[in-house]
Ligand binder design. Structure first.
Ligand code: HEC
Ligand code: HEC
Length: 296
């Protein structure tokens, strides 16, 4: 159907022409009055996507303006931070990781070369300090605040080197059109484990790739450069820092996006709504049949 035909159909049905000028934006803000079956769905989806991209751009821009503009990629840590980090390490980590980060057999691996990025990821997501030997380390409330986490990282960095946590306040999230690139990269590199909608998925041997709804920008970034557990390391040759920002933008977009087709019901898949309608509908039918049967 051409645009004119749509307008004709609308006129026949007594509606004003649906497309006044030929842009989708012309209709934003005008609430659909009556269900327009023909292309309301698509148009609404396109419109809400446009609003979303606009919002992302605004938020991203606002954040870039407000965020402390420390362009440096690595953390300039003072010797005071290193000393504080050492104290924290000696009370909370030394039993499993050893006095010189060399690791303790049967308790914890060496931390030489894991860098402040790995410490940031592990400690800020509450995975470390591990509660006990052999437990699966899941995300939980962190035991250390942001400053302490960075101090721990500074200490580990000062001894063994390795990938560094981005300086606090670094803008790690791309916005606008780059988010689409991020989607491409996400489907290529992350979706196989974390699922196309980042809702997480089981892996082999009882491991799981967790949902990404709770991870902060810095946690997503440090996860990519350190590769915790079964996750691969995504080096800067493989995925450039800019592409990492695009991926983070996309993960954030996934978290912010509403389900265009109605209730997502945990995004079980495209059939989820149908299944609910089927189950509830058949259930209601059975009840009605029983009720009619009981009455007669
Ligand atoms: C009860 C023992 C235990 C304690 C306490 C502990 N860890 Fe760990 N840590 C482990 C084990 C075991 C692993 C490996 C498990 C894994 O990879 O999931 C690990 C892994 C790590 C890693 C990832 C290493 C890598 O190769 O990427 C970091 C970083 C880390 N720990 C930091 C810390 C810090 C910092 C503390 C103190 C705040 C701490 N851990 C306390 C047992 C412990
Ligand atoms: C081979 C499977 C695999 C791939 C591919 C993978 N991950 Fe992971 N990811 C994991 C596993 C397993 C964990 C859990 C690690 C742990 O608990 O120590 C994880 C954890 C994470 C976390 C931490 C989540 C949280 O809430 O603590 C983030 C963020 C993350 N991954 C992002 C990514 C991104 C972004 C990509 C793509 C660039 C990616 N992952 C690719 C397996 C994978």
């Amino acid at each position: 159907m051409t645009d004119e035909e749509y307008v004709d159909v609308d006129r026949e049905l007594g509606f004003e022409p649906a497309v006044s000028d030929n842009t989708v934006f012309g209709n934003i803000g005008r609430a659909p009055k009556t269900p327009r079956k023909h292309r309301g769905g698509l148009r609404r989806r396109v419109a809400s996507f446009a609003v979303l991209v606009g919002a992302l751009t605004t938020v991203g821009g606002g954040y870039a303006l407000l965020a402390p503009s420390s362009g440096a990629d690595d953390t300039a840590s003072s010797s005071a931070d290193v000393a504080k980090g050492r104290q924290l390490f000696e009370t909370s980590c030394i039993t499993c990781h050893g006095a010189n980060l060399q690791g303790v057999t049967g308790r914890g691996p060496t931390l030489v070369g894991v860098g402040s990025a790995a410490v940031y990821f592990q400690v800020s997501t509450g995975r470390m300090p591990a509660p006990s030997q052999g437990a699966v380390n899941l995300r939980k409330d962190p035991e250390f605040n942001e400053a302490e986490t960075l101090q721990l990282g500074a200490y580990v960095q000062s001894i063994g080197g390795g990938p560094q946590v981005p300086a606090p306040g670094t803008d790690l999230r791309a916005s606008g059109a780059a988010v689409a690139n991020g989607g491409e990269l996400f489907r290529l590199n992350c979706a196989s484990c974390h699922g196309a909608t980042a809702h997480g998925a089981p892996l082999s041997a009882g491991k799981i790739a967790p949902a990404l709804d709770k991870a902060t920008d810095a946690q997503i970034y440090t996860a990519m450069i350190t590769g915790p557990e079964n996750m691969p390391v995504f080096s800067n040759n493989q995925i450039t820092p800019e592409q990492k920002r695009e991926i983070i933008g996309y993960v954030d977009y996934l978290r912010a996006s509403k389900d265009p087709g109605g209730a997502g019901i945990g995004r079980l898949g495209p059939v989820s709504e149908g299944i609910v309608i089927w189950t509830v509908g058949i259930g209601a039918l059975m009840v009605t049949i029983l009720w009619i049967g009981a009455k007669s």
